[in-house]
Design a protein around this ligand. Sequence first.
Ligand code: SAH
Length: 331
Amino acid sequence: MNRSYFDEEEAFLEAVEQRYRLKQADEWIFQKYLYDFLKMTNLPLPLRERLAGGWDIIPLKVADRQRSGDGSTAKTLYETADGLFVESVLMGYEDRKTLCVSTQVGCRNKCRFCATGTRGLTRDLTAGEIMGQILNDSPLTNIVFMGMGEPLDNLSQLIKALRLLNHPDKMNFGARRITISTVGIPDGIRALADENRQYGLSWSLHAPTDDLRSTLIPVNRRYPINEVMAAMKEYGRRTGGSLTLEYILLKGVNDAPELARATASLARMLNAKVNLIPYNAHPYADYERPGTEAVQAFSGILQAEGLVATVRESKGNDIDAACGQLAGRHH
Ligand code: SAH
């Protein structure tokens, strides 16, 4: 099995002997989007051959790539070196190219409406595997950690990848163009604040009361709303990164007008935008998406309360690439 460049930097340094060789490789990777050691023509040929034989820059194989009917979305299925599957979703807007990346194979948070958690957590992805998804579709304008897994349950590899993305000598990707989406883990949010970067932070609220939220998101019993609110507030204050509340709309479950008002008051306390996501159907849950009128009514209440509320037009529904539909490969 080949070694992974971003996961074993120390061993790589030993293999190339001099640090400037690593810098040369990084220039090819981050400035030319070239991931083949053999083609790094300013490295000596024997070294190139040795590296190509033993090292991977992207430690993933593309197992499948599907495009949505309208061509705006592409879902890539990757196979890891140990035979596991993860997915990433590329969304092209007019002047933007956003990649939704996975951080885990599966997820331990069994949110009732989400396909990813149905089989539990298999393992964390490494920083190299996270970077691999990103490099494969680079250059990008935006990166969202909203694919399979809970990013803050894989904090060390998430932070390692974020530093590689943001560092001026590495990808030099602006923190404000990166968003991390979390179920809401207070210690993880504070650890991210310690990075002192303006990464956008999205909290998957989905219900503004603990009773209702706990029925949808089991981990709410451990980290109730007020504790996550405190951590989010601290994140915003310490980093200046923008905050968003995500709110999936489930027909007859969490779409009542009084819940919109309660959500508005939480958003106001955080100075956060609200992103509404009408439920995307999949075989692992039996919720329904509310009608357009109910969605408009909910967002109308938020807007009337002076908040910025957007409805996420989930891309790639026809190829099961929309939020909550990523399941890797079920056997
Ligand atoms: N673990 C992270 C990332 C998850 S996926 C988190 O919890 O935020 C990104 C978003 O899609 C989350 O807000 C998630 O709750 C939402 N989501 C999950 N299943 C969905 C579904 N079936 N329809 C629409 N959104 C869904």
